[in-house]
Write a protein that binds this ligand. Structure first.
Ligand SMILES: Cc1cc2nc3c(=O)[nH]c(=O)nc-3n(C[C@H](O)[C@H](O)[C@H](O)COP(=O)(O)O)c2cc1C
Length: 269
């Protein structure tokens, strides 16, 4: 719900024309909410030259002014995308709480369809070996593939790996092929695949901006979705859907150059 301070409003109409749901009108020379559907997207608040609009139920303490420096250099951005690599080797150093907060903030501020804030996060730092054990047990539980699953690219290879990980679970000295000894795992939950994946991708860019590295772990996502024990431990509903898992830490490996990718199929009409 929005509140408009009509004492301050000059009636410029910018909020009226920018409101996607047509929830604001000009009345007696100032803007006024119509009391219709409001996505609480805050566009009216952001565009108002007089700062006359507030969003009820939201803290205004983290609102910042927009300036030219907010634009990211496009060449640098593309270079980053080309040179970022999935990291599967981490040092023992923990991710600081300040860095973790920045990563989570990227998810929180990332766009959501209809502005529905339906993405949540489970952060695992202190119970990694327990979660890893349960996750590997869960993967073992789904490693006998159906004929249909065998047709999915890479699935047979993945299932073999899950069985191997399970066999090695209690064998000292075997490499951690799930979390790669990373100090931080974030599992992203949402009923919306798209909202969660957009959040995950933006969180990834912060991970690398902080000098950290990560991998998206599809194995972890599958494991947590197939395990009632993990859902209970994470305090999420049985029906909750994990959409992405980020394995994060300080990289123990340096890549020297980018790698080539195949051209995508792009159709211009
Ligand atoms: C959705 C998704 C799921 C992935 N799952 C895993 C995984 O479970 N384990 C793993 O080691 N790597 C995983 N990866 C990493 C990919 O294998 C990696 O992106 C690919 O090898 C290309 O390497 P690059 O990211 O350095 O270009 C995943 C990547 C994505 C995007």
């Amino acid at each position: 719900m929005i509140t408009i301070n009509r004492e301050i409003c000059t009636g410029c109409g910018l909020c009226v024309s920018d409101c996607f749901t047509n929830n604001i009108e000009l009345s007696d020379g100032t803007a006024k909410p119509r009391g219709r559907f409001c996505m609480e997207c805050g566009h009216c608040l952001a565009i108002c030259p007089e700062n006359a609009i507030t969003l009820e139920g939201f803290s205004s303490s983290d609102i910042i002014d927009v300036n030219d420096a907010d634009r990211i250099d496009p060449d640098q951005l593309l270079r980053w995308m080309k040179t970022r690599r999935t990291i599967r080797s981490f040092t023992d150093e923990r991710v600081s709480s300040q860095d973790l907060q920045k990563i989570l903030d990227m998810g929180m501020y990332s766009p959501k369809g209809g502005n529905i804030q339906n993405v949540s996060y489970v952060v695992i730092e202190d119970n990694l070996s327990y979660v890893r054990k349960l996750a590997i047990e869960s993967l073992y539980g789904i490693s006998d593939l159906t004929e249909e699953q065998k047709k999915i690219p890479n699935m047979i290879g993945y299932a073999k790996r899950w069985k191997k990980m399970y066999e090695n679970l209690n064998v000292p000295g075997t490499p951690d092929l799930l979390f790669f000894d990373a100090p931080l795992v974030i599992v992203i939950y949402s009923p919306s695949n798209m909202n969660a994946c957009i959040a995950a991708a933006h969180m990834e860019s912060m991970v690398y901006a902080l000098g950290l590295g990560m991998l998206y772990s599809g194995f972890t996502t599958r494991a947590v979705n197939a395990s009632s024990v993990l859902k209970e431990f994470f305090a999420v509903k049985e029906s909750a859907i994990a959409q992405a898992s980020l394995i994060i830490g300080h990289p123990a490996v340096n890549y020297q150059r980018s790698v080539p990718k195949k051209d995508p199929m792009i159709t211009y009409r």
